[in-house]
Design a protein around this ligand. Structure first.
Ligand code: FAD
Length: 475
C-alpha cells in the first residue's frame, strides 16, 4: 500500500463550481485536473457579472485562485471540451476515476419566435453576448462583436440578469447624456448612487435629459418575477412575503435607474423593416399559477431600436453529450449522474440552471462530497483503499454494501495509471504554454490590480484587459 492518491478526477470548467469541486477532491487526497476553455478560470464572474461589481469580482477571483493553486490540482487552460478534447474519449479512454462537468450555462434560451435568430446582430441580441461585450468593450484587444446601447431598447426578461441588462442600458444612456452636458460621471457612480441622486448633485432634473428609458417586459405578474425565492415548502405567508420582496426590489431598481416596466406581456411576432428587427409584436397574458397565455385579440406593436432577450441561460451543446431538453441528460439533481456513464457527474449552473454564485457553490460542495463518499468511497482526507472500508463501516450496512459494490466497479488507480494521466495532462499544458505553476500563469494572463486602480474602475478595466500574453489556443 502506498500513500499515492488512488483516484484522479477530471473537472470541466474552472469557475465557482469547478474550483470548489477541485478543492474538495484535493482536500480528500484525490488529484484533479481542471479543464478550462479560457485563459482565465473565472467563468460568469468575469463575463456574467456586469463590470460595476468590481469588488465582488476581485474577491471571487481570489477565492477561485486559492482553490486552484492547491497541491493536487492541475490547471489546464485554453482547452475546450468538444473542441480540443472529445467527451466520450475523456470518460471512456483516459482512465479518470470520475469526470465532473462544471461548465455552466452559456447558451441563451431561445426567444421562441420563429426567425428571430436570423436577426441576431441586426436589431436583436441575446443577453450573454451583450454582457460579454459590455464587460470587455473598453479592452484594448477586444475583437468580439460590438453592440450599441440605444435609448428605448426593449428587454424581454424578468430575472435578476435581465435587471442587469436594463441597468447597462440605462447607465450607458445617462452617462452619455450627462457627459454631453459637461457632467463628469461614470457608470460606477451612477450604478452606486442611482441616476436621480447623481442628477441632483449637479442640479439637473432627470426628466430634462431626454432619456426615455428602456422597457422591460415580463410574461407573468410582477410579484412572480424570480428576483427572490421563497424557502422550500413555503407557507402561504412566506410566499406572500417573497412576492412583496420581489415587488420592492423591482420598485427600488426602477427608482434608481428609471427604466420602464410592463408585466403580463409576451412576444408573439417580429417587426421587421429593411432586413432589421425594429421591434416585437406583444400580447397581454392571462396568468394562472405558472401558466401565462397570450390573450386573443390583445396583440399590439412595440417598436424598439434594439431588442434584447434575457430569458435564461442553458448549457452549451457539446458533441457527444446527450441532451434532455435544454439540459444534459443527468438523472437526478441531488447527485446528478450522466445517464450514459456511471462515472460522469455535473455540478453548479450546468445542472441547476440557477444563475447564482452561492447556488453553484453549495451545489458543487454537496454533490462533490457525495461523489467522494458515496461513489468513490473516500470518507475523509484520505486516498488509500483502507479508507473505502473505514468509510463504509461508518455507514449503515446497506450503504457499506453499496460502497463495496462501487469499489468493485471502479477500483483505485495504480501508480502507473496516475503517472500516465499526469504525463498526458502535462503535454496538453505545454501545448498552450502553461508551465505548471498556477500563480505564474495567472500573473501572465491577469495583470495585478493596484489599490489606486480600484478607485478608478475604468482604468482598472483597461489594465485588466492589457494582458500582453495570449495563448492563441482560445479566444
Ligand atoms: C448578467 C448576469 C449577472 C449576474 N449577477 C449575479 C449576482 O449579482 N449574484 C450572483 O450570485 N450571481 C449572479 N450571476 C450568476 C453567477 O455569475 C453564476 O450563476 C455563477 O457564477 C455560475 O458559476 P458556475 O461555476 O456554475 O458556472 P460558470 O461561471 O458559467 O463556469 C463555467 C466554466 O466552464 C467553462 N467552460 C464552459 N464550457 C466549457 C467547455 N466546453 N470546455 C472547458 N471549459 C468550459 C467556462 O469558461 C467557465 O469558466 C449573474 C449572471 C449573469 C449572466
Amino acid at each position: 500500500m502506498t500513500d499515492r492518491p488512488y483516484h484522479f478526477a477530471a473537472i470541466v470548467g474552472g469557475a465557482i463550481a469547478g474550483s470548489v469541486a477541485a478543492e474538495i477532491f484535493a482536500d480528500r487526497g484525490i488529484q484533479a485536473v481542471v479543464i478550462e476553455q479560457n485563459e482565465r478560470p473565472y467563468g460568469k464572474i468575469e463575463d456574467g457579472l456586469p463590470r460595476w461589481h468590481s469588488e465582488q469580482r476581485e474577491q471571487e477571483y481570489l477565492r477561485i485562485d486559492a482553490r486552484l493553486r492547491k497541491p493536487g490540482v492541475f490547471f489546464l487552460p485554453c482547452t475546450k471540451l468538444g473542441r480540443d478534447l472529445d467527451f466520450q474519449d475523456l470518460y471512456n479512454n483516459w482512465g479518470f476515476s470520475v469526470v465532473v462537468l462544471a461548465n455552466g450555462a452559456w447558451r441563451d434560451r431561445q426567444l421562441g419566435i420563429p426567425q428571430a435568430e436570423e436577426f441576431i446582430g441586426k436589431g436583436f441580441v441575446y443577453q450573454n453576448p451583450f454582457i460579454n461585450w459590455y464587460n470587455r468593450k473598453n479592452q484594448a484587444g477586444y475583437a468580439g462583436p460590438r453592440y450599441q446601447a440605444p435609448d428605448e431598447a426593449l428587454v424581454v426578461g424578468g430575472g435578476l440578469a435581465s435587471i442587469d441588462v436594463v441597468k447597462v442600458l440605462q447607465l450607458e444612456n445617462y452617462e452619455r447624456v450627462l457627459r454631453s452636458r459637461g457632467v463628469q460621471t461614470d457608470v460606477y457612480e451612477l450604478e452606486k448612487k442611482g441616476v436621480p441622486a447623481v442628477c441632483k448633485m449637479h442640479g439637473i432634473a432627470p426628466e430634462d435629459l431626454d432619456v426615455k428609458g428602456c422597457l422591460l417586459i415580463y410574461r407573468r405578474r410582477e410579484q412572480d418575477m424570480p428576483l427572490a425565492q421563497p424557502p422550500e415548502n413555503a407557507t402561504p405567508e412566506q410566499i406572500a412575503k417573497t412576492e412583496a420582496i420581489r415587488q420592492k426590489m423591482l420598485r427600488l431598481a426602477q427608482e434608481k435607474y428609471l427604466f420602464r416596466f410592463q408585466d403580463r406581456r409576451v412576444p408573439t411576432g417580429l417587426l421587421i423593416d429593411d432586413g432589421r428587427l425594429v421591434g416585437l409584436k406583444l400580447a397581454e397574458t392571462k396568468v394562472e399559477g405558472r401558466k401565462a397565455e397570450a390573450v386573443a385579440g390583445s396583440e399590439y406593436q412595440q417598436r424598439a431600436p434594439l431588442v434584447i432577450s434575457s430569458i435564461g441561460s442553458v448549457p452549451e451543446e457539446i458533441p457527444g453529450v446527450a441532451m434532455k431538453g435544454e439540459y444534459y441528460d443527468f438523472d437526478d439533481e441531488a447527485l446528478p449522474r450522466y445517464v450514459a456513464s456511471d462515472h460522469v457527474f455535473g455540478v453548479g449552473n450546468v445542472v441547476t440552471g440557477r444563475g447564482n454564485i452561492r447556488a453553484s457553490l453549495l451545489h458543487s460542495q454537496e454533490v462533490t462530497t457525495k461523489i467522494i463518499e458515496n461513489y468513490i468511497g473516500v470518507t475523509d482526507g484520505g486516498s488509500a483503499f483502507a479508507r473505502f472500508y473505514a468509510g463504509a463501516e461508518a455507514n449503515r450496512a446497506a450503504q457499506a454494501h453499496a460502497v463495496r459494490d462501487r469499489v468493485q466497479v471502479m477500483p483505485g488507480l495504480s501508480y502507473l495509471e496516475i503517472a500516465a494521466l499526469e504525463r498526458r495532462i502535462r503535454i496538453l499544458q505545454e501545448r498552450v504554454g502553461y508551465t505548471g505553476n498556477y500563480d505564474s500563469w495567472i500573473a501572465r494572463v491577469r495583470p495585478a490590480v493596484t489599490a489606486s486602480q480600484n478607485f478608478a474602475p475604468e482604468s482598472m478595466h483597461q489594465s485588466l484587459s492589457s494582458s500582453a500574453f495570449h495563448c492563441g489556443a482560445c479566444r
